[in-house]
Design a binder for this molecule. Sequence first.
Ligand code: ADP
Length: 271
Amino acid sequence: VKGDDVITTLARSFNGMADSLQSQIKELADLSEVQQRFVSDVSHELRTPLTTIRLAGDMLYDQRSGFPPATGRTAELLHAQVERFELLLADLLEISKYDAGSVELEAEPTNLVHLAADAVEGLRSLAESKGTRLNLVAPGGHLDAEVDPRRIRRIMHNLIGNAIEHGEGKPVIVSVDSNETAVALSVRDYGLGMSQVDVNHVFDRFWRADPSRKRTIGGTGLGLSISLEDATVHRGWLQVWSSPGKGSCFRLTLPRTARGEIASSPSPLPP
Ligand code: ADP
């Protein structure tokens, strides 16, 4: 009888704990829903005034040669900051879509060699402005996978852009490999690199390596977190190897078919 009492008491207290845990989880879910809606609403609300500021800023920027030098520089600053604001807003909207679970993958057979080549060409002038040689190492012909080309293009643009920005003018190599189950797109640079602590945070939202870099290189700190979401929604992997002073390698591995599984990666990360 004593044993039964103990069990009944235990069962009651477990029930009580389960109930309170459930209500806490619900509270948390409600909070995160409120937060998601807030980010999405704020981003939408900011778009309209920003468009007006953009138009006024463009007008001043176009006329800057007629202004006294200090005013001209202010017009340039305004122009650059409005552009940054627009990028930030676009990134925030994208993140809020992922948080709300409302991202639809528009997968179609895509030639990843062409996609990588287009990304390289699109960033060639940025690379040249930094004295960076941009190389593509890819098999000839077709290498098709079922992916959402817009999202994969965005990842490649982000990874190659980062490699150029942090590459200190050293060469950047973009490579494409494949096996039966997967395709890998790698971006290797020989620049600044990162410590292990930095690597652990590199996909965190708004995270950027040490403050001295924040001042010299402009960005939102959201690029890699969106790239990771883009990779994950494809059931793919986004991995990084990095070493201070030796550079970094980011590798995107994607299943060849939209519902496929990756058995192994087609190419190794640097040792
Ligand atoms: P952003 O480029 O807007 O700062 P990202 O999310 O793309 O945001 O990158 C976050 C941070 O990761 C960068 O600010 C930088 O400190 C670090 N990082 C990204 N790519 C590289 C790279 N190839 N080499 C060194 N550091 C990098």
